[in-house]
Ligand binder design. Structure first.
Ligand SMILES: *[C@@H]1O[C@H](CO)[C@@H](O)[C@H](O)[C@H]1NC(C)=O
Ligand SMILES: *[C@@H]1O[C@H](CO)[C@@H](O)[C@H](O)[C@H]1NC(C)=O
Ligand SMILES: *[C@@H]1O[C@H](CO)[C@@H](O)[C@H](O)[C@H]1NC(C)=O
Ligand SMILES: *[C@@H]1O[C@H](CO)[C@@H](O)[C@H](O)[C@H]1NC(C)=O
Length: 337
């Protein structure tokens, strides 16, 4: 046999015995098909930076940052995280969106809107551009998923409500609680139906989900704002100090997922964060990112320039520390001028 052909067959894991059972011609055709198939090098996800708050500036020097736990959370599921400056210009923003597979909006403590004037924060404006991008691209067959946690959840709800009155007050600080599913998670949710029975049981029955918030989206909003109920399906709720709040949602027609609680905090070891750092706590965290990664894998966006990608990787930014609760936690400092 032609030595090049036998090498090719070896690469394909085919023995000569197998080859004899079908035509060599088929094997060659298969070889070329394998060679021609588009290959994804890497899945990447964008994380919007946060502006460094005044209480954090005592500890760190950078003007923008991303929590390390968010980067680890994404990477655990094969999503390589790159930063997107919260005040990115359109010239910088859109080329990044065209090359990444989805965006994750983390927790944080900025004012998404000026509570007096209603003027949105630059972070909120950039997030709205990204939500618009996800909607228009998904409509055109370029599936572009978003995930929002805590402040990211509130952000993605407010942007759809298009009304700052949808923002409710709700204090629940560093406490764990279960969540009450209002759909059958096994077959009435795209996201939750991929979670194991063990994870769903834990979320529903044990105090396993950490909340750390001063605001929330009241369930009442889903009666008041048609834009919300037309866009999202509420998956779970909680009664926090007598007020029903929305805890988990997914968009009905778009790959947009949100949770008020923090699955990712198990990945930050600071001892004053009341996270459930047991195997099931990690399984819950992993269930979210495994699902999100499978969604991100549905578009073919790829970074064109690996040097550019290296510059944007979150884990290549400046390691710093600042408080999440009161203890200092790891984060990456970023400058964008
Ligand atoms: C909100 O806007 C008002 C009027 O421009 C301004 O005085 C105030 O400082 C702003 N608040 C914040 C938190 O930026
Ligand atoms: C997002 O899309 C809506 C609807 O088309 C539009 O009104 C809004 O200005 C867009 N937002 C941004 C920040 O581009
Ligand atoms: C969801 O699954 C449960 C348990 O298998 C079943 O009882 C229920 O009818 C299903 N609901 C839907 C909408 O398929
Ligand atoms: C973005 O914000 C930073 C502060 O975080 C500021 O130094 C920088 O000038 C801003 N860049 C642009 C392009 O607005």
């Amino acid at each position: 046999m032609n030595p090049i052909l036998s090498k090719l067959l070896l690469l394909l894991g085919l023995s000569l015995y197998q080859v004899n059972s079908f035509s060599i011609f088929e094997a060659v055709k298969k070889a070329f098909k394998v060679k021609d198939a588009p290959q994804k090098q890497l899945l990447t996800v964008g994380i919007l930076t946060l502006p460094t708050g005044t209480n954090m500036l005592k500890h760190m020097s950078s003007s923008q940052y991303i929590w390390e736990m968010g980067d680890i959370w994404m990477r655990e599921a094969g999503l390589n995280a790159v930063y997107i400056p919260y005040n990115a210009t359109d010239e910088d923003l859109y080329p990044i969106l065209d090359q990444i597979n989805g965006v994750f909006f983390t927790g944080g403590s900025i004012d998404l809107y000026n509570y007096t004037t209603g003027v949105p924060h630059p972070y909120t404006v950039t997030a709205e551009k990204i939500l618009n991008y996800s909607i228009s691209h998904t409509d055109n067959g370029d599936y572009f998923p978003l995930l929002g946690i805590c402040q990211g959840h509130q952000l993605l709800q407010l942007l759809v409500a298009k009304n700052t009155n949808a923002f409710g007050n709700s204090e629940f600080e560093n406490k764990r609680i279960n969540t009450v599913f209002v759909v059958d998670p096994r077959n009435q949710s795209k996201m939750l139906s991929t979670f194991s029975a063990e994870v769903l049981e834990e979320m529903a029955t044990q105090d396993s989900l950490l909340h750390l918030h001063h605001h929330a989206i009241p369930l009442q909003d889903y009666q008041e704002f048609n834009s919300l109920s037309n866009f999202y399906r509420v998956l779970s709720i909680n009664n926090i100090n007598g007020q029903m709040i929305v805890s988990t949602t997914e968009a009905i027609n778009y790959p947009v997922y949100t949770a008020q609680y923090h699955p990712e905090v198990v990945l930050e070891p600071a001892s004053d964060i009341n996270a459930l750092r047991t195997p099931i706590g990690f399984k819950i965290a992993q269930a979210f990112t495994n699902f999100f990664a499978s969604e991100c894998n549905k578009n073919n966006h790829q970074f064109k320039d690996m040097n550019e990608l290296e510059k944007l990787f979150v884990h290549n930014q400046k390691p710093e520390k600042a408080p999440f609760n009161t203890e200092l936690v790891n984060l990456f400092g970023i400058e964008y001028n």
